[in-house]
Design a protein around this ligand. Structure first.
Ligand SMILES: O=c1ccn([C@@H]2O[C@H](COP(=O)(O)O)[C@@H](O)[C@H]2O)c(=O)[nH]1
Length: 295
């Protein structure tokens, strides 16, 4: 096939894909609001009896996909834990993304990319571009070079039916030293408002494709900073359940009327149930029940 014909085929493929927000909303309605994180830490590989190498990484990751794909609205591989194995680790990540698609579950690459616009375009090609081996259904982005620097990723996501999650209020305590700055006009609030505006292009959809990362551990910060998360009209990826101490009821209290948009995510707490399929499923089911009961 010529390059031109291949390009047309890729565009046709992209134009047939529904926007990410619509696909995620449907998955959350069908399966509930759980995202399972795939974080192959060296300590977890050891606990599973696997080597801390690319083969161990592959066995671990594909076992998680096979065990919980039908229980989760999305899976979230943590890119750093693949990068630490170099090119062999990234090859495993490509397999994990392909296996997730094959298993019918959405993927969110937790890469937290952000750079000046010209470099951002390359990140957009890698994580959201049609035909890229690393393309996931969505990618996490850092807006601390300015929300507008993310433009290439926002445009690529819209063109390919993929999505982004922009860091707004992160789950780590240090995040406040940047994100809370400005009080009533905080950095986090500016990010929320920019994401809400960006979701204007998805006005025909119940959920936009520009989501935010808001930690499950943020306590009363959403209220204190006056963030209108419901108005963002995008999915809210909430890490911090389990290993970082948050629970479904804490999430419910922190997010208020935006709780229906929340996709709670947990990694280590669920992964510690492995290597057996039943152990992983039991922990994923327990986390999902906690999120549903809190709603
Ligand atoms: O604010 C954030 C943003 C991302 N993360 C990531 O989520 C998982 C959490 O793992 P647990 O084992 O469930 O604590 C991890 O990949 C983080 O890098 C976050 O925790 N907080």
């Amino acid at each position: 096939m010529s390059d031109a014909a291949a390009g047309v085929e890729q565009l046709d493929h992209a134009s047939r894909r529904a926007p990410f927000g619509a696909r995620l909303g449907a998955a959350m309605r069908e399966r509930g609001p759980l995202c399972v994180g795939i974080d192959p830490h060296p300590s977890l590989l050891a606990a599973w009896g696997l080597a801390d190498d690319a083969d161990g990484l592959r066995r671990f990751s594909l076992a998680v996909v096979a065990a919980v794909a039908d229980l989760a609205a999305a899976l979230k591989p943590q890119v750093a834990l693949y990068e630490r194995h170099g090119s062999a680790g990234l090859a495993v990540l490509e397999e994990v993304l392909a296996a997730s698609a094959e298993a019918g579950v959405l993927s969110i690459a937790d890469a937290k990319r952000g750079d000046i616009g010209s470099t951002m375009a390359a990140y957009a090609d890698a994580w959201l571009g049609e035909g890229s081996p690393l393309a996931a259904d969505a990618v996490t982005l850092s807006p601390y070079l300015g929300f507008e620097s993310l433009r290439p990723a926002l445009e690529t996501a819209a063109a390919t039916g993929r999505g982004v999650f922009v860091l707004a209020l992160t789950s780590n305590p240090e995040g406040a030293s940047v994100q809370h700055v400005g009080g009533a006009q905080s950095v986090a609030k500016a990010i929320c408002e920019a994401a809400a505006e960006e979701n204007g292009r998805y006005a025909g959809e119940p959920l936009g494709s520009v989501g935010l990362v808001v930690g499950a551990t943020v306590g009363d910060a959403v209220e204190r900073l006056g963030l209108d998360l419901a108005a963002v009209r995008g999915p809210l990826l909430a890490p911090g359940l389990g290993a970082q101490g948050a629970t479904g009821s804490a999430l419910r209290a922190a997010f208020g009327d935006a709780y229906p948009q929340v996709l709670g995510t947990s990694s280590r707490d669920i992964l510690a149930g492995g290597p057996h399929r039943a152990g992983l499923r039991e922990r994923a089911e327990r986390t999902l029940a906690d999120l549903v009961d809190a709603g």
